[in-house]
Design a protein around this ligand. Structure first.
Ligand code: SF4
Length: 491
């Protein structure tokens, strides 16, 4: 939002996962405390920041294009500070400046708290400023951990998806080292925040109006805080503590690692009414050979058993997954095994990605990226078709049932003409996107919706409210596309 003020303005563009969305909120919160205001255009910004993602090459190329669009502002106002922050900064370091010499700041994921001081230094010296954490092999574990400081100070409600939904980081980094993944390098060693700090942060967020919190971690169910006195707080303990916070209505957590889906966690999900009955548990492939090359540390059989355990211990739970197609050495037979897994697993939805080799990963060094692009594309489409059929069948099972929907805002279809009724959208306790007609005042509230129709990715229905206008929401034509991504970018 642009404001009529002489305060310095910051523009921030964010790509990637929810961890990046949260980082941007924290950076903006810190800069606002320094007197900055947020602007929605780089054309009048004093500081332009690009919070970046390295998981796929496409995301990096888009960022370089976006940096190019900052050039006119930098030329006309050379005092404007342009910064590349986050995963790409940590991974590529000096290379970012080589490709984009206008950049003044290169700040890795573990150094974001230093941005205000780096802006000052760049202005004072006219020299580019680098703030990066250590590489995984650049020191002992504690030294590397310390260089990825956990950054969770100022929160900024203006940067949230909605005023009543907030992300909370409970864990940083990852120690799983899947061979295709840059995250262990860009986000450093796995560290679990102190539960007291997390619970206090959630209390503050609830005081600010948050009704739903989404707990974030690269492998969030690996969360384990060692208190150093023989006690360990696990995710099941953490959500139990959080559950007592008055005013908090929903607790979500993403993204889960299959091997760490423990029974105590599943029991907590079942027993705690505020915890959503939805688990995002990426499997990536249905072929054991591929899983081994990915270094996922489980087999397809293990995943099947875990999935059965999730459904047995949490009746009615919705599960979604991630897949990478066209990974190194994936044959037609390997791919068929993945198709079989998708067909039988009845995921609510799946996020399907074509393998993209990332420099610096183990896979890039060990295995040729030998599946042609056309084959990757075809496998992507084939798998999506199988998943879409399952998603439609899953969604249609909700027709005739009532669901509790936390209303997020107007649907993309927007305002209906001729009255105070909008088409609103929200999510159920099983993370199903639900669309219905209702007045704006329902936004931020939980309403009961009778489901009358369904497409593969959306339930449609009528809300039970005192002012209900008696309009049955009908389905708009929509393309067969995956639902909005809710997990972290990898796992
Ligand atoms: S894919 Fe997930 S679990 Fe594997 S290394 Fe990356 S962040 Fe860690």
């Amino acid at each position: 939002m642009t404001t009529a003020t002489t305060a310095p303005k910051v523009y921030i563009e964010t790509v990637g996962c929810q961890m990046n969305v949260l980082d941007s909120e924290l950076v903006v919160g810190t800069l606002k405390r320094q007197g900055y205001v947020l602007t929605d255009t780089p054309a009048d910004a004093d500081v332009i920041l690009f919070n970046t993602c390295s998981v796929r090459e496409l995301a990096e190329e888009k960022t370089y294009s976006a940096i190019g669009r900052a050039l006119p502002r930098k030329r006309s106002h050379p005092e404007t500070i342009v910064g590349v922050i986050g995963c790409m900064a940590q991974k590529d370091q000096e290379h970012v400046r080589k490709r984009a010499p206008l950049v003044d700041l290169v700040v890795g994921t573990g150094q974001l708290a230093r941005i205000p001081e780096l802006i000052t230094a760049a202005r004072k010296t006219g020299a580019p400023q680098f703030a990066l954490s250590l590489g995984r092999a650049d020191g002992g574990r504690h030294e590397v951990e310390a260089s990825f400081e956990s950054y969770d100070p100022a929160r900024d409600p203006q940067m949230r998806p909605t005023p009543f939904q907030a992300f909370v980081r409970i864990q940083i980094g990852c120690d799983k080292f899947c061979t295709y993944c840059v995250v262990p390098s860009t986000r450093g060693p796995e560290q679990s925040r102190h539960p007291d700090h997390i619970v206090n942060e959630v209390r503050v967020l609830v005081d600010q109006g948050a009704k739903e919190v989404t707990l974030l971690g690269q492998t969030v169910n690996s969360y384990a805080h060692d208190h150093g006195d023989g006690r360990t707080t696990r995710l099941s303990d953490l959500i139990s503590r959080m559950h007592d916070i008055a005013g908090l209505e929903r607790i979500k957590f993403v993204t889960n690692y299959p091997k760490d889906m423990t029974d105590d966690l599943l029991d907590a999900v079942r027993e705690l009414p505020k915890v959503v009955k939805y688990l995002h548990v990426p499997v990536q492939s249905g072929c054991d050979d591929v899983l081994k090359r990915m270094k996922r540390n489980y087999t397809a059989g293990f995943y099947r058993e875990m999935l059965a355990r999730c459904r047995e211990r949490v009746p009615g739970v919705a599960v979604s997954s991630d897949f990478i197609v066209g990974f190194c050495g994936e044959t037609e037979e390997s791919f068929r095994k993945t198709v079989d897994l998708v067909a039988e697993s009845k995921f609510k939805n799946s996020f399907i990605f074509k393998y993209s080799e990332r420099p610096g990963t183990k896979a890039a060094g060990r295995f040729p990226d030998d599946v042609p692009e056309a084959v990757k594309k075809r496998r992507n489409n084939d798998l999506l078709a199988v998943q879409n059929a399952n998603s439609l069948a899953d969604a249609r099972e909700w027709i005739g049932r009532a669901v509790e929907v936390l209303v997020e805002g107007p649907s993309k279809v927007g305002v209906k003409t001729g009255g105070p009724v909008r088409q609103l959208v929200g999510r159920t306790m099983t993370d199903h996107i639900t669309v219905f007609d209702g007045p704006d005042r329902l936004v931020g509230r939980t309403v009961t919706v009778d489901v009358t129709d369904a497409s593969a990715f959306t339930l449609f229905g009528t809300a039970r409210t005192a002012e209900h206008v008696g309009v049955e929401t009908t389905r708009e034509p929509e393309p067969l596309a995956p639902a909005r991504r809710i997990g972290l970018a990898v796992v």
